[in-house]
Design a protein around this ligand. Structure first.
Ligand SMILES: O=c1nc[nH]c2c1ncn2[C@H]1C[C@H](O)[C@@H](COP(=O)(O)OP(=O)(O)OP(=O)(O)O)O1
Ligand SMILES: [Mg+2]
Length: 195
């Protein structure tokens, strides 16, 4: 099977990508290249960061690279944590600390004002080609406490749409039917199949 390199060292994303590209590509990630240093994400938007991660690696390796920049956008926090999602509670990127900070920020905020969405921007960079982008979103709202054991990141505090389940209560298969990442990858797949 053909390989596809995803410029990420996030284990949760790698699992999502592997499942979503099952039977189409053998997914490789930066977990397979531990000597490659972290790329500094200093962009103002998900698109800026996805572009940088994909292009730096594509240029260095002279091959096609996909990058995913994603995060949680909370209306009551004016869109935060947004592009700062991974390091919201500090540079060490601690999911548990990030969750606690969001719950603390939203303390006292009523149900109807806890609306949020996950956003995923994917960049596809190839040598000597213009980088292209795909975006997916998933609407929901922020819980008052952590619920569920699956997934990663902010999944335990994100109620999906009108369902009574958090993203962390969904199986990987269920998450991949509705997630922001699944929606972006759906478009990426269509593009790659049409190439
Ligand atoms: O499906 C998701 N379920 C829960 N949380 C999620 C999801 N998707 C993104 N997130 C959160 C995790 C992290 O706090 C941030 C992504 O930050 P982001 O910079 O894109 O990823 P990262 O630094 O973990 O890995 P990398 O840059 O190597 O791809 O948003
Ligand atoms: Mg990152």
């Amino acid at each position: 099977m053909k390989e596809l390199l995803i410029a990420t060292s996030n284990k949760g994303k790698v699992e999502d990508f592997k499942k979503l590209f099952q039977g189409m590509y053998e997914v490789k990630s930066l977990l397979d290249y531990p000597h490659i240093p972290d790329i500094i994400e200093d962009g103002q938007t998900f698109q800026d960061n996805a572009q940088k991660k994909a292009e730096v690696l594509s240029t260095a390796l002279n091959e096609t690279v996909v990058a995913d920049d994603s995060g949680l956008v909370i209306d009551a926090l004016n869109g935060r944590p947004g592009v700062f999602s991974a390091r919201y509670a500090g540079e060490e990127k601690n999911d548990q600390a990030n969750i606690e900070k969001v719950l603390e920020d939203l303390r006292g905020v009523a149900e109807q004002d806890r609306t949020a969405r996950f956003v995923c921007t994917i960049a596809l960079a190839s040598p000597n080609k213009e980088t292209i982008f795909f975006e997916g979103q998933c609407e929901g709202f922020i819980s008052h406490e952590q619920v569920g054991e699956h997934g990663f990141g902010y999944d335990p505090i994100f109620y999906v749409g009108q369902t009574a389940k958090t993203m962390a209560q969904l199986t990987l298969e269920e998450k991949n039917e509705i997630s922001h990442r699944a929606r972006a990858i759906e478009q990426l797949k269509d593009y790659l199949l049409g190439e």
